[in-house]
Design a binder for this molecule. Structure first.
Ligand SMILES: Cc1ncc(COP(=O)(O)O)c(C=O)c1O
Length: 361
């Protein structure tokens, strides 16, 4: 069998370690996971109710058009249902967009370090990655514009950016949107937009109707607590949404995900509770880190990028032995940084206690 070089060279995405794996390997029962920017409150209760009610229909194929969820999103976002794409996680929408536009020799500009899935999906689909380094941990939109060349077909922006938690500001975003030629797709990944409080952070939704080359993607995995269900959505002008929709499988989103997302969207109380938990937890965590003299990147998300005075991998392993799963940022090219998401107050305290011990503070 002849395997394509792009696949031979592909290093799979390193996911956060599952809790069960740590229990199995280290025999630790009291494990906490702060590694995958998940919602520590669990799933939205209204999503769970809707999922339970949908269980008896599992012998049927899902509604491939996602009619009711699109209707609800359409009302919620004030866009036409035809402007909405549904995906098996927002990750699938990234892949669908790449499949729609990539062909051999075509280039995709994306930030680095950023969400590793972009780079890997481009590579898997035979495209060429052009990675634009961050500037002071922030996406360099001007630098990205300078890198545009005749082979550029897609630019990916992650706002706020994972793993730094930084945002781009409205003025530079608008300049960028105006400056990028229409032939280039701008994929704006807003997986963490629900946690942003800064009014100077652009909201992709406001730009969809005026930019025909813009695709905004969002997820139910974070603020709605449905990461295991796998559902996200994309927003674009009708033509663009239609092209991308042609690429998907007929039943790409399962029926429990459709029902759960619909329930979650109505769960305003859970959504607000999550935002409050993240806001207060982040404030407390950042304050404590500052008191410990530990550098961190000020975050607009539900996670914090933290600099450690030794190899991140060693800190990661030492924390594992204490039953705490965090993320070493080595695979993101940040050898002395860890990333930790905001947990429940007790989880945050336990994380800090363990970190103090590991770093001898
Ligand atoms: C920047 C970014 N985009 C997308 C996702 C994936 O979201 P989903 O679970 O909807 O596929 C994540 C998940 O961690 C992320 O960090």
């Amino acid at each position: 069998m002849k395997i394509k070089k792009s696949i031979l060279d592909l290093i799979p995405y390193p996911p956060g370690k599952p809790i069960e794996e740590l229990t199995r390997e280290y025999g630790i029962q009291e494990v906490i996971k702060l590694a995958s920017n998940e919602n520590p409150l669990g799933p939205s209760p209204r999503a769970l109710g809707a999922i339970r009610r949908a269980l008896s229909q599992l012998h049927r194929y899902p509604d491939g058009s996602g009619y009711y969820l699109k209707q609800a999103l359409s009302r919620f976002l004030r866009l036409e249902p035809e402007q909405i794409l549904l995906g098996n996680g927002s990750n699938e929408i990234i892949e669908l967009a790449l499949k729609t536009f990539l062909k051999p020799g075509v280039e995709v500009i994306s930030p680095f370090p950023s969400f590793l899935v972009y780079e890997k999906a481009v590579q898997a689909l035979g495209g060429k990655n052009l990675l634009m380094p961050l500037k002071q941990f922030t996406i360099d939109l001007e630098g990205m514009m300078d890198r545009i060349n005749p082979r550029t077909r897609i630019i990916i922006i992650n706002n706020p950016n994972n793993p730094t938690g930084t945002i781009i500001k409205r003025r530079e975003w608008e300049r960028f949107l105006k400056g990028v030629p229409d032939r280039i797709l701008i994929l704006l990944d807003e997986a963490y937009i629900d946690f942003v409080e800064d009014p100077d952070c652009p909201n992709g939704l406001e730009y969809v109707n005026s930019a025909k080359n813009l695709l905004v993607i969002r997820t139910f995995s974070k603020a709605y607590g449905l990461a295991g269900l796998r559902i996200g959505y994309g927003l674009a002008q009708t033509d663009l949404a239609d092209y991308i929709n042609r690429v998907r499988q007929p039943f790409n989103v399962n029926s429990l995900a459709l029902a759960g997302a619909l329930g979650a969207l109505q769960d305003k109380a859970f959504y607000e509770k999550t935002r409050t938990l993240v806001r207060t937890g982040k404030k407390a965590l950042e304050k404590q880190l500052a008191e410990m003299g530990i550098y961190y990147v000020s975050s607009h998300t539900n996670f914090i990028l933290i600099k450690v005075p030794q190899k991140a991998q060693a800190v990661y392993e030492a924390m594992l032995k204490k039953g705490i799963i965090i993320r070493s940022m080595e695979s993101y090219g940040l050898e002395d940084y860890i990333r930790v998401n905001i947990g429940l107050p007790e989880e945050n305290r336990r994380f800090l206690r363990a970190l103090k011990q590991v770093l001898n503070r």
